[in-house]
Design a protein around this ligand. Structure first.
Ligand code: NAP
Length: 260
């Protein structure tokens, strides 16, 4: 028996990165992992890898900014399995890396559409099903930059702060329905998001990619940046019944970055 045997888990943005590692770990613990995102071949591959290693998974094309798409996928999953236990609001984008005053309104709003409105829509459509089943778990993947500031990607940091509080509000609103809601605050994790950020920095500064990566490693008190699985284990803990007393909390997983 795994920690999540028989549970149904939707992980947004699980075609790669932290979402992929999370969906795979939840499936390893017995959950039916619903892989979602906009890149069908990558999502199907993740689902197939889970199935090949003995787990249960299926891929649904999902753009979290499209309300009808969100509703359709969530309805389809609930109608198929008759339950919906876990939502991991993981999908996110960095947006432009430039000072606040150089952002256009459209650029700013686009980051909010994906990183804030998207999780709002997913929560909006899963909660009634969780209420019907008298229980559930929602995890918002925020960031260390939902807690502390930094002089770059301003819209990204603002969105991560927004969902940190959304998690607390939802925790308080839905505790009566036996729904626990928490946020996770990853530090630097080696995924395409950070790899693209490093490439962008390299273009701007002329420094080599390896050198920037080394600098990033040395900024972490633990001596290196993290891996997607480091965050996946945090999600697993929060959605398992081992965390039955945990709601409205913020789990920082950052190699000590915000401890300094
Ligand atoms: P990533 O490798 O870029 O993956 C992002 C995922 O989000 C992809 O699966 C992508 O799938 C999906 N996505 C993007 N826009 C979407 C949309 N409109 N609708 C549905 N899915 C969408 O990023 P990551 O590093 O794994 O990040 C995952 C989460 O962790 C993000 O919320 C990020 O802010 C947070 N985080 C990451 C780090 C880090 O250092 N990596 C640190 C702190 C927090 P498709 O392209 O297939 O749609």
């Amino acid at each position: 028996m795994g920690l999540l045997t028989g549970k149904v888990a939707i992980v947004t943005g699980s075609t790669r990165g932290i979402g992929e590692a999370t969906a795979k770990l939840l499936a390893k613990e017995g959950a039916i992992s619903i892989i979602t995102g906009r890149t069908e071949d990558a999502g199907e591959k993740v689902a197939q890898e889970i199935i090949s290693s003995g787990g249960k998974a299926e891929y649904h094309n999902l753009d979290i900014t499209d309300e009808q798409n969100v509703k359709k996928v969530i309805d389809a999953v609930y109608n198929k399995y008759g339950r919906l236990d876990i939502l991991v609001n993981n999908a996110g984008i960095t947006g432009p890396n430039k000072p606040t005053h150089e952002y256009s309104k459209e650029e700013w709003e686009n980051v909010f559409r994906v990183n804030v409105t998207g999780p709002f829509l997913c929560t909006k459509y899963v909660v009634p099903y969780m209420q019907k089943e008298n229980g559930g778990n929602i995890v918002y993947i925020s960031s260390i930059y939902g807690i502390v500031g930094a002089p770059d990607v301003p819209a990204y940091h603002a969105t991560k702060a927004a969902i940190r509080i959304m998690a607390k509000i939802d925790a308080l609103l839905y505790t009566k329905d036996n729904i626990r809601v928490n946020s996770i605050h990853p530090g630097y994790i080696w995924t395409s998001m950070v790899q693209n950020f490093i490439r962008d920095q390299s273009k701007k500064t002329g420094l080599g990619i390896e050198e920037i990566k080394k600098n990033m490693d040395s900024m972490q008190p633990i001596g290196h940046i993290g891996e997607p699985i480091d965050i996946a284990y945090g999600v697993l803990y929060l959605v398992s019944s081992e965390a039955k007393f945990v709601t409205g909390s913020e789990l920082v997983i950052d190699g000590g970055y915000t401890a300094t």
